[in-house]
Design a protein around this ligand. Structure first.
Ligand code: SF4
Length: 467
C-alpha cells in the first residue's frame, strides 16, 4: 500500500495509521489526490482508531462491559442440554455437532447421542455404523467419523478423559483451535478465549474493527480484544455469553441493540447502522452439478449403495447415482454404473421426478429415474467383482455393499439427506397416485350411476320395464 496515496478501505487506513504510529511521526500528513480536507478527516478517523488499539484499551470500560455481559448471560442463557451438566465430554460433543449447524437442529441429536453414548467409553466401543446412524440427518459426516476416532484415542492414550492440555487436545482428530479452546474453557474452566463467527461479529461491532472474518489481520485484532476482555475467573461463562449474544441479540442483519448489555459502550451502535459491521466476507462461487439417481425397488424396499458419487458421503447409504456436467451426461454415467452394479436394470429415458439439493457449495439438480420392467430370467444379485470393502465387522469383502431399505427405515439408518429427499419425493408421488386412483374410481362409479339412472328414466318414459 502506498502511504501517500488516496485513503482506500478501512483496512488500508488502519494499516496506514499503524505505520504512522510505528514511525513515531506526530505530524504525519496524508496527501491525497482527492483534496486536503477529505484526507485530513479520514486521517483523524484513522488516528482515533489508532487510539483504540487493544494496547490502549480502557480497562474500566472493559471491566464494566465484562460484568454487564456475564450478568446478562446469567439472566438470559437458554437452557440448552449441554449446559445442564458441564463435562468436557458433553461440551466436546456439543461443539462438534454445532459446527455449521443451528442450535435448534442440534438439540434432539445431542440428546439422542448422549442417551446412547453417555461417556467417551461407550462412544469409543461403538461400531462406526451405529455412530453414523445417530448422526444421520445432521450432515458433515466427517465430524462423526473424527469424533468416533478421537474417542478411541482418548480411551487409549488419556484414560478416557478429554485431555486438559491444549496441545494434547489439538492432536485429536476433528479438534481444531476453536474446539480445543471451547472444551478447555467451558468444560475445564481454563482461561482460553474462543473465536467463532458470532464472537467475531460482536467484538468487531463493539470495537468497530475494520475487515472481515476471513482476513488474518481482522482475526488478530479480534483476538487482541478478547485477550484483554476475557474473564479469567469465569472463562467458560464469558465465552458462552459472547456466543449467545451473537446468536440471539447481535444478529447479522438485524441486531437487537436495545436488548443488548453492551450497547452503552458499543461503537458500531453509537455510530449507527451496526448491521454494516463487520464487512461481508467474499462470496464463494456456487458450483452447479447434475445428479442422476436410480430408484430400484423390490417388495417395497429400495436398493441403496455406499457413498454418493465422486467420493462424496462415502460412509452413508445412497440411491445409486452419478454426477454429470449436464442431465444427459449424468444419466449416461448412471447407466454405465448400473450395468456393473445391477446388470438386470435398464432405466427409463425420461426422469420420474426432479428436485434441488445443496451440499456445501454445490447446488445439485437431481433427477430420479425408475427402472424399466424386467423381462429377463431372474434378477441376479450384484456382480462379485468390485473394489475391496471392509464390512462393519472388519472382514474384507469383494462384494459391493448394498442394502434394501424401505423409506420407513431411513430414519434409523445412516442414510444421506439427499436419499431422504428422494424417499420423501417417492412417498409424495405414491400418495398423489393413490389419490388420483381414488378420484378416478369415484368418478367412474358416478358415471356408472348416472348412466344407469338415465336408462331407468328413459325406460319409465317409454313405458317399458327396465331390463
Ligand atoms: S449494541 Fe448492537 S451492535 Fe453493539 S454489540 Fe450490542 S447488539 Fe451488537
Amino acid at each position: 500500500m502506498n502511504p501517500y496515496g488516496p485513503p482506500g478501505s478501512p483496512e488500508d487506513l488502519w494499516a496506514l495509521c499503524e505505520k504512522q504510529a510505528s514511525d513515531g511521526a506526530s505530524n504525519f500528513r496524508l496527501r491525497t489526490l482527492h483534496g486536503l480536507e477529505h484526507s485530513e478527516s479520514a486521517f483523524s478517523e484513522g488516528i482515533e482508531r489508532q487510539s483504540r488499539r487493544p494496547t490502549a484499551f480502557d480497562s474500566t470500560e472493559f471491566a464494566s462491559a465484562r460484568r454487564a455481559l456475564l450478568r446478562w448471560f446469567r439472566a438470559h442463557a437458554r437452557p440448552l442440554p449441554w449446559r445442564r451438566e458441564r463435562s468436557p465430554y458433553r461440551v466436546w460433543v456439543s461443539e462438534i455437532m454445532l459446527q455449521q449447524t443451528q442450535v435448534a437442529a442440534v438439540v434432539p441429536y445431542f440428546n439422542r447421542f448422549l442417551r446412547v453414548f453417555p461417556s467417551v467409553r461407550e462412544l469409543a466401543c461403538a461400531r462406526r455404523e451405529r455412530v453414523l446412524e445417530l448422526w444421520s440427518g445432521l450432515g458433515y459426516y466427517r465430524r462423526a467419523r473424527d469424533l468416533h476416532r478421537a474417542a478411541q484415542i482418548v480411551m487409549r492414550r488419556f484414560g478416557g478423559v478429554f485431555p486438559e492440555n491444549y496441545e494434547a487436545a489439538r492432536s485429536l482428530p476433528g479438534v481444531g483451535d476453536y474446539t480445543a479452546r471451547a472444551v478447555l474453557s467451558i468444560g475445564s474452566g481454563q482461561p482460553y478465549a474462543v473465536l467463532d463467527g458470532n464472537v467475531a461479529r460482536v467484538v468487531a461491532r463493539w470495537r468497530l474493527l475494520p475487515g472481515h472474518i476471513q482476513q488474518s489481520r481482522f482475526r488478530r485484532r479480534v483476538e487482541r480484544v478478547l485477550d484483554t476482555w476475557l474473564s479469567r475467573r469465569r472463562p467458560g461463562n464469558f465465552n458462552q455469553a459472547l456466543m449467545e449474544l451473537g446468536q440471539t441479540v447481535c444478529l447479522p442483519r438485524a441486531p437487537r441493540c436495545p436488548a443488548c448489555p453492551l450497547r452503552r459502550s458499543c461503537r458500531a451502535y453509537a455510530r449507527g447502522r451496526p448491521e454494516s459491521h463487520p464487512a461481508p466476507r467474499p462470496h464463494r462461487p456456487t458450483e452447479r452439478r447434475f445428479l442422476a439417481l436410480a430408484a430400484i425397488a423390490r417388495a417395497g424396499k429400495f436398493a441403496l449403495v455406499r457413498g454418493l458419487d465422486e467420493n462424496l458421503l462415502p460412509e452413508l447409504w445412497n440411491f445409486p447415482s452419478a454426477f454429470g456436467a449436464s442431465p444427459e451426461s449424468a444419466r449416461r454415467r448412471l447407466d454405465e454404473k448400473l450395468r456393473f452394479l445391477f446388470p438386470w436394470v435398464r432405466i427409463h429415458a425420461a426422469p420420474k421426478s426432479e428436485f434441488r439439493h445443496a451440499i456445501t457449495h454445490r447446488s445439485i439438480t437431481a433427477q430420479l429415474y425408475a427402472p424399466e420392467p424386467w423381462r429377463g430370467r431372474g434378477q441376479r444379485s450384484l456382480v462379485s467383482r468390485g473394489p475391496q470393502r471392509t464390512t462393519n465387522d472388519g472382514r474384507r469383502t469383494n462384494r459391493l455393499a448394498v442394502r434394501w431399505l424401505s423409506p420407513s427405515d431411513f430414519g434409523s439408518a445412516a442414510v444421506s439427506s439427499i436419499a431422504r429427499d428422494v424417499a420423501a419425493s417417492l412417498e409424495s408421488n405414491a400418495r398423489s397416485r393413490t389419490l388420483q386412483q381414488k378420484d378416478l374410481r369415484a368418478s367412474r362409479k358416478k358415471e356408472r350411476y348416472s348412466t344407469e339412472e338415465t336408462r331407468l328414466r328413459h325406460g319409465r318414459a317409454s313405458g317399458r320395464a327396465p331390463r
